[in-house]
Design a protein around this ligand. Structure first.
Ligand SMILES: Nc1nc2c(ncn2[C@@H]2O[C@H](COP(=O)(O)OP(=O)(O)OP(=O)(O)O)[C@@H](O)[C@H]2O)c(=O)[nH]1
Ligand SMILES: [Mg+2]
Length: 252
């Protein structure tokens, strides 16, 4: 009787092995974005390792590999420094998913960040590679506490403006999914109102991406997005919304 059980187990494991040969998939994830946006931190978090405050800028590329069920996942964590951007294209050729990471807490390079994102989308759109745009570091952009200083004459004007933006953002957000691109409000982005970018629709609009109709608006032209594309806001530090990102990747 024991012999029959052993034989069954053996046959099952052989069968699983044969299945794995036919069904084993390799998933290449290529992560790009400007310097300091959090690409290496994202890689660390995706690998289930603890977040590190002090990181070293990546030089060239760093590859990490892990198994996910029967599949092998390879993460290509590319360097964000400008002098390395020319190597990105080489990795796009074998990418099954491209992730573009943005530091939402720092507006200094916002225009460059947008330009670079547009270029990545244009360069890879024809191949239809799925793409994920991640607004990172949302733990650093808090909604200002407007109750503070509301009686302070100097702050009164500012507080009223903030209040209307906050109210608009808070109440419109759930409705935006039914809105056309033109209806999503735009903002004069500055350090005091960065929190509006936590909202995925607002962030997409500021990046020129019409998620509903699949169109990328660039300063001189526009293109149809011929691919799966999603925008999330996350914090690698707190792990906020990282699970949503993983769920999205899993359904690809
Ligand atoms: N507060 C906060 N800090 C973050 C977050 N993600 C990354 N950082 C910090 O941002 C800095 C840069 O992170 P990296 O992951 O090295 O950035 P990178 O995009 O890999 O940079 P390069 O390799 O130079 O292109 C580090 O000090 C991280 O600890 C986040 O979600 N919140
Ligand atoms: Mg890095």
């Amino acid at each position: 009787m024991l012999g029959v059980e052993c034989l069954k187990q053996w046959a099952t494991s052989i069968w699983q092995y044969i299945l794995s040969i036919f069904y084993q998939k390799e998933l290449n994830i290529v992560i790009v974005g400007l310097q300091n946006s959090g690409k290496t931190s994202l890689t660390t978090v995706l690998l289930g390792r603890p977040f590190e405050q002090d990181t070293i800028p990546t030089l060239g590329m760093r590859m990490e590999q892990f198994s996910l069920g029967l599949n092998v996942v390879r993460i290509f964590d590319l360097a964000g420094q400008h002098r390395f951007h020319h190597i990105w294209k080489r990795y796009f050729e074998r990418a099954d998913l491209i992730i573009y990471v943005i530091d939402l807490s720092d507006l200094t390079n916002w225009q460059e960040c947008k330009r670079t994102l547009h270029q990545v989308i244009v360069d890879t759109n024809r191949d239809g590679i799925p793409m994920l745009i991640l607004g990172n570091k949302i733990d650093l952009i808090n909604i200002p506490d407007i109750s503070k200083g509301v009686n302070d004459r100097k702050n009164q004007k500012r507080s009223a403006a903030d209040l209307s933006a906050i109210e608009q953002w808070k109440y419109m957000a759930p409705l935006l999914r039914n809105y056309e691109f033109e209806d999503i409000p735009t903002y004069q982005l500055e350090d005091s109102n960065l929190y509006v970018l936590k909202n995925v629709e607002t962030l997409s609009k500021e990046l020129g991406i019409d998620l509903k109709n699949g169109i990328l608006y660039m300063p001189e032209s526009q293109i149809y997005l011929d691919r799966d594309l999603a925008v999330f806001t996350i914090s690698c530090k707190d792990g906020e919304y990282v699970q949503d990102v993983l769920n999205w990747v899993n359904q690809l």
